[in-house]
Design a protein around this ligand. Sequence first.
Ligand SMILES: [Zn+2]
Ligand SMILES: [Zn+2]
Length: 212
Amino acid sequence: MTLAAEIVPVTPFQQNCCIFYDTEDKSAVVVDPGGDVERIEEAVKRLGVAVEAIWITHGHIDHAGGAMDLKEALGVPIVGPHRADAMLLDRLEDQARMFGLTGAVRNCVPDRWLEEGEILSFGTHRFEVIHAPGHAPGHVVFFNRDAQFLHAGDVLFSGSIGRTDLPGGDHAQLLDTIRRKILPLGDEIGFICGHGPGSRLGVERRTNPFLR
Ligand SMILES: [Zn+2]
Ligand SMILES: [Zn+2]
C-alpha cells in the first residue's frame, strides 16, 4: 500500500490543502480544507479516491474555513484539532471579516477533538497525533512513522516557523514545541506544511534561521 499526497492550494493565503490517499485501495483523508471547496472536490474526483474524514491541524480560516462545507458535500466527519482551538473555530467568520475575506468561510464544529498520542488511520496508514502549540494553542501535527513523514501544519516551514502574533500565539511555546517534540522525530523526516514547499527536519535543524 503506497501513501501519496496531493496538494491543492486554497484561499488567498495559498494554504496547502492536502489530500492523503492510498494509490491502490484509494482510501483518503483531506487535511485542512481552508476554502475553495469546489476545487478540493474536483481534485478528489480526478484522483478517484474515497474520502473517509477531514483532519484539521488548527483553527485558522485558511485551514478550517471550508471544513463545514466539505463535510456536508462529502458526508464525512471533521477530526481535530485539539480542543484548545475551540475558541478560534467558533470565530472563523470573525477571522474572515478581520482579514477582509468574504464568501464561504463558516465557523467549524469538529465531530471529534484530538489528544497527544492518539492514532489516526485510513487504509493501512497510521498517523500519530502530536499536540504542537505555539502558532495556535490547539495545533496538532500528523506523523506517519512508517513513511517517515510529517504534516507540520503552520508549526514549521522551509526556512521559517509559524507566526505567533494571532490570538493564542506564543513564540516561546512554539520554539519549545519545535525543539522538544518536532526535531527529535529525526533529521531524515520529510515534511509538508501549510504554506510553501516542504523540507526535511534535519535541513531545518541545521539551516532554519529561526531555530538558531
Ligand atoms: Zn495558521
Ligand atoms: Zn496557515
